[in-house]
Design a protein around this ligand. Sequence first.
Ligand code: ADP
Ligand code: MG
Length: 686
Amino acid sequence: MASIWEKPAQYLKGVGPQRARLLARLGIHSVGDLLYHLPRRYEDRTLCRPVKAYGEGETATAEGEVVAVQETRARSGMSVLRVALRDRWGIFYAVWFNQPYVKKVAKVGARLTVTGKVKYGFGVPEIQVAEFEAGEGDEGLSTGRIVPVYPLTEKLSQRMLRTVVFNTLKAEAASCPEILPPDLLASHGLLERGRALCAVHFPESMAEAEEARRRLVFEELFLLQVALLRHRQRVLAVEKEHRCGADGPKVRALREHLPFTLTPAQERAWREIARDMESRYPMQRLLQGDVGSGKTVVAALALAKAAENGLQGALMAPTEILAEQHYLNLRELYAAVGIEAVLLTGSTKKEERLKRLAAVANGEAAVVVGTHALIQEEVSFQRLGLVVIDEQHRFGVRQRGLLQAKGKTPDVLVMTATPIPRTLALTLYGDLDLTVIDALPPGRQPVKTVWLRPAELGRVYRFVRAEVEKGRQAYFVCPLIEESEQLAAQAASKLARELEEIFPAFRIGLLHGRLKLEERDKVMAAFRRNDVQLLVATTVVEVGVDVPNATVMVILDADRFGLAQLHQLRGRVGRGAHASYCILIAERTTPEAAARMSALTTLADGFALAEEDLRLRGPGEFFGTRQSGLPELKVANILRDHALLELARTEAARYLERDPDLVSPAGRMIKAELEARFANIKNLVS
Ligand code: ADP
Ligand code: MG
C-alpha cells in the first residue's frame, strides 16, 4: 500500500487539478503533506453561551432557526440582509453585507449556524456574519465546535481546507500506520498516530489538540534525530583514506607569516581541528563564532594542513564577493608557503573555467575556493581531503553533502556566525562536533551604534566626512528591496549619484548584484586599497566582507531589516583597531521595528541579540534559525519544543543502540518513513 507521502493530494475527494495547484503553493503535494499541514490556531466555536453573553466586538458562534428575513439597501447601494434567528435563549440577529444570495438558504424555518463579531444596535445582539453554515454545509466542521484555522493561500478558504482535511482523515486513516515503537508511546504517554492526526485537526478540547500536537512534534524530531545520528555513525564508521600528519613546515611557515598572533580562542579551535584532521576518522565539525571573531584564518590553516599532506581542500562561500575575497586572502597568505589556490564561481569565464577545472581534476590546485559552482557536476577533484563551508546557515544540509561527496572520506568543517546556544546547536546539528570561538581579537572596540531620523542625515554626512578625512572608509547600505535585484540596483545607483554631489572630493564605489564580475572586482579591490572611500551597496555586502579600515556603516531605512541581518551588516565594521560606528537611519515606524533598532543600539553580542530577537518575535522567526540549513520542519518549532527535542534525541540514540541498521520490523517502518519524509536530504537519511 502506498504511503501517505506517495499519494498525490490531487486525487483526493474535493481537490482536482485546480485546487491541487493552490495546495502546492502551501507546500502540500501529497496526502501526508496535507495531514501534516497543522492548524495555526483554533477557534472555540462551541455553542454554550447565549449571544448576549458576548461583549461588543467579540467573535461569537450561534445556531438558531430563522424566524424572519429582511433585505434592505444602504445608501451606498450595498445590500443588507438581516435575519432574525431564535435559539433556546431567545432572539438574535445575523447580518450579511452584499451577499444577497444568502436569501436562498436563509428561509423561514431553516436552521443556520453563524460566526462573526457581535454588535449591539438597539439592545438586541446582532452577529455580523463572517462564516455560516446552513443545512448543507461542511458537515458542521466550521461551527459548533473547536475549529481549526490553517495557514492559507489566496483562493483557498478555511472551509474548503477543513472539508478536504476531514474527508482525507476519514478515507486515509488506514494508510497512516503507527511508525513509532509502541514502548516509546507508552513510556512517554504519546497518542497513537492516527488518533493524533484526527485530534490535531478536529479536537474535542484544547487539551486534546495540545496532546495531539505533542505527539506529532515528538515524531518529527525523533525521525530527524535518527537521521542525523545515523549519518554521524556512518561517517565515523569509515576510516579515512589519508589522514594528516602533525603540522609540517608549511603550516608552521604560514603561522609565522600571519600578520597577527592567534587569540587563545582561535588557538583552541585550531588545535581541535588539527586533532580531527590527524585522527583516523573524518572530521565533522561546526565552527561557531560571532561576526568578526576570526574564523577565516582558522580555515586557512586547515586548508594548508590538508595541502601539506598532499590532499586538496575546498572552501565554499555563499556569495561571489565573499568567495573572491577569500580567494584573494588565501592567495596572499599562501604565496609565501607555495600553496596553489584557484577560484571557481558562476561568473568564471568558460575558457578560464576549463583551465581551472583541469587544475582541480589533476590535483595541481591544492585549494579551491568558490560558490555553489563547486558542487556542479563538472567539478571533480583528484584527492579532496577537506571541505570547508563558510556561512553554513546560507546553505542546506544537501549542499554540504554534495560537496562532501566529491571526496571519498573528506574532513568537513562548517562555519557559522548564527548564535544559537550550545545545547541547541548540539541537537540541531546532531551530526557535528562543536567548536566555539568565544572571544574577539584583541584591541577591538565595540561598534558604537546609533539610531537617527532621516532629517538628521546632514549630521551623518559631516561625521562621515570627518572619518574619511582621518583616513577611514564608510559603507552606505541602501534600503532593502527584496522583490527585485533590479530595483535594488537602481536605488543604489541613485544614492551613489547623490553622494557624489555631497562629497565631491571623495571616490565613491557602487556595488550591487547586477554588476558584472570584473566591475565588482574592480570596486572591491579599490575599496580594499582605499582608492574608494565610500562604498554604496545593496545587501550583497551582508556576509563576510572584510575591510578593516572601514569604520562607518550607514544603513538607510534600517527598520526594514531583521535583527540578524542588521547584526551581520554591522559586523562589516569594527574589524580593525579603529573605533567604529553603525548608524541606523529610520523614521519611527512600527513598535517592533523600533524595538529592533533599540536592541541593536544597546547590545553588541550576537547571543544577546538572539535572545532579544526571540523575545521580540517569538520562537517562530528566531534569529537565523529559518536559515539553519536543516530540512524544513513542518510540525516542530525547535525553540518552543526544545524539551521535546532533547527527549527525541535521547530516545533516538537509545533506539539506535538496539537497532542501528533499522532492520527490525519497527526499524523498517522508521526507515521507510524517513526516506519518504526527508527525501530532500537523501544523503542524510539513506
Ligand atoms: P569572521 O569570523 O566574521 O569570518 P574574519 O575571519 O573575517 O571574521 O576576521 C575578521 C577580521 O579580524 C579580519 O580582518 C581578520 O584579519 C582579523 N583577525 C582575525 N584573527 C585575528 C587576530 N588573532 N588578531 C587580530 N586580528 C585578527
Ligand atoms: Mg567570515
